[in-house]
Design a protein around this ligand. Sequence first.
Ligand code: GLP
Length: 239
Amino acid sequence: MKVIVQSPEQIAKLAAEQYRALLGEKPNAVLGLATGSTPLGLYRELARLNKAGALSFARATSFNLDEYDGLPAGHAQSYRTFMDENLFSHIDIPIERTYIPGRADVSDADGQGYDAAIARAGGIDLQLLGIGNNGHIGFNEPCTPFGSRTHLAELTPSTREANTRFFSSIGEVPTQAITMGIRTVMNARAILLIALGAAKAEALRATVSGPVTELVPASVLQLHPNVTIYADSDAAKLL
Ligand code: GLP
């Protein structure tokens, strides 16, 4: 794993450069995207570069990592709304090629609809990840099997509490989500993880230098051949 420690502003620029290089070389690249506060700086930078004509998503396809289960369509906190507002409406990606997992993707005969769609698109070239305070990636909470594919997951109390800030009360935070599995993420050709802030320091330490264990989902990334981690100095303080 390559670990790069920089300011959040620099991280947004360096990560965006990785997208510029990828889309320059492969305009029809398949992008794995993430939600949360962490990717916002990168998304702003991608929108800026797109507007300036420095990169185009016109032939790209995207697959988001996860989505809450049970929120009505158009809910302000759904990840579809988040992606529309923070990225898709600011770039030239065709909206019909932006995929977000849903119940239908995990209820087909073999339960692997989303993974099959990713495979049909050619597989993910670059998967973006944030990290939960407990080391989760997507909504793969501790103890999720490393062999998992896209599935319906239960959220832990700590994750629901961490995400309460976006809802008016904890009772409104969904208890389940549909998430790419660990195997789905590991199948990406390259992975880019961003960690910002002191709340992520312990999870990042365990990810980078702890044992590879299902107790820390992100630790599986030690086994992937092409991972770049961008961390600010607060998130990197225990490395
Ligand atoms: C959520 C998402 C994750 C995200 C994590 C961290 O639980 N499902 O994909 O990485 O939170 O969020 P933030 O970037 O806001 O700290």
